[in-house]
Structures are given as C-alpha cells and as structure tokens.
Design a binder for this molecule. Structure first.
Ligand SMILES: [Mn+2]
Length: 171
C-alpha cells in the first residue's frame, strides 16, 4: 500500500497546491492528514498564500482517499468546510498486519504513546519537525509541516509497504 502522509497545512493554499501536485504524481492509495488543516493558529505567523477556503476545496477533491485527524487548531467550523471527517483524536489505518496509529500529537503524544503492538507505526505532526525513530518496537514518524516547518524544509512523507520516505518540495 502506498500512502501520502502530510500534516500542518495551516490554511496555506500555496503549499497545499504543491502538496496536491505531489499527490497527483504519486497517485497513492490513501492520504493521511495529521491535523491543523485550515486555520493558521494564533501562535503561528500567516503562512504563504493563506486562503483556508481554497485549501478546503483542494482537500475536498481528494476526500475519498483521505483519513484525517483533528489538530489543536482545527475547530467545528473547519469540519463544516470539509467533506471528510477531521474531528477524531486518532485514526487507525491497517496495512495487512501492520497498524498505523494516526494522531496530531497534542492528545496522544509520541513521548507518551498509548500501549500499541510491536511493529505499529505512530504517525503524528504538531511539532512541525520531521522525526523517524524506533522506541520499544514502535516506529515514530512525523512528516514535518507542509507550510510552516520549524526544521527548515517544507515536507511530507510517503509510506510504501512498511517503508517511510521523507519528501521535500522542490523550490
Ligand atoms: Mn500545527
């Protein structure tokens, strides 16, 4: 299974457009969005090309492939704009025997994960910093932020049959 994993778009139509282009090129089976989709959030600067309604339109075009969870900046009104559910604290995606535990990171934090089976992939965003590490048999992956990276590169990740590859946007 081929999955694009992205997080923390924060209403940037400019960076969301680049993400959608990458998704179209990748043609994944699924798209996992780890929260903070439309609203910039009061602690963040306005991202490039801030246009939440445009972002909602672009994401709705992918709705059938999207599994999304709620970020700490996502509100009820954001759900009204989106055709796919985005208000859950976590979602589980299964790839054969492997589970992907998807969450934003503020309710279930990677530092204090729930009890998960060995081999589970714990996917979270929230920090806007890429992570790929294994602890106690659980692989923790953070794809970084599409629009407001705190580690210098706008990024997302691609899961393919158990492997994770980080991608950064060209330009
Ligand atoms: Mn965020």
């Amino acid at each position: 299974m081929n999955i694009v994993i992205a997080s923390d778009i924060h209403g940037s139509a400019e960076w969301c457009r680049k993400l959608v282009a990458e998704i179209e090129a990748e043609a994944p089976d699924q798209v996992i969005l780890l929260g903070d989709l439309l609203y910039h959030g009061p602690r963040n600067p306005l991202p490039d090309g801030y246009a939440p309604a445009e972002v909602a339109g672009m994401l709705n075009g992918l709705a059938e492939r999207i599994t999304a969870v709620r970020g700490n900046c996502d509100a009820e009104v954001d759900q009204m704009m989106l055709d796919f559910p985005c208000m859950a604290d976590y979602a589980l995606v299964a790839d054969g025997d492997r589970k992907l535990f998807c969450t934003h990171g503020h309710v279930f934090a990677p530092e204090e994960p729930p009890r998960l089976a060995e081999g589970t992939l714990f996917l979270s965003g929230h920090t806007h910093v890429k992570v790929d590490e294994v602890r106690d048999g659980i692989r923790f992956v953070n794809p970084g932020s599409v629009s407001l990276p705190k580690d210098g590169t706008h990024s997302f990740a691609v899961y393919r049959d158990g492997n994770i590859e980080f991608r950064t946007f060209a330009g």
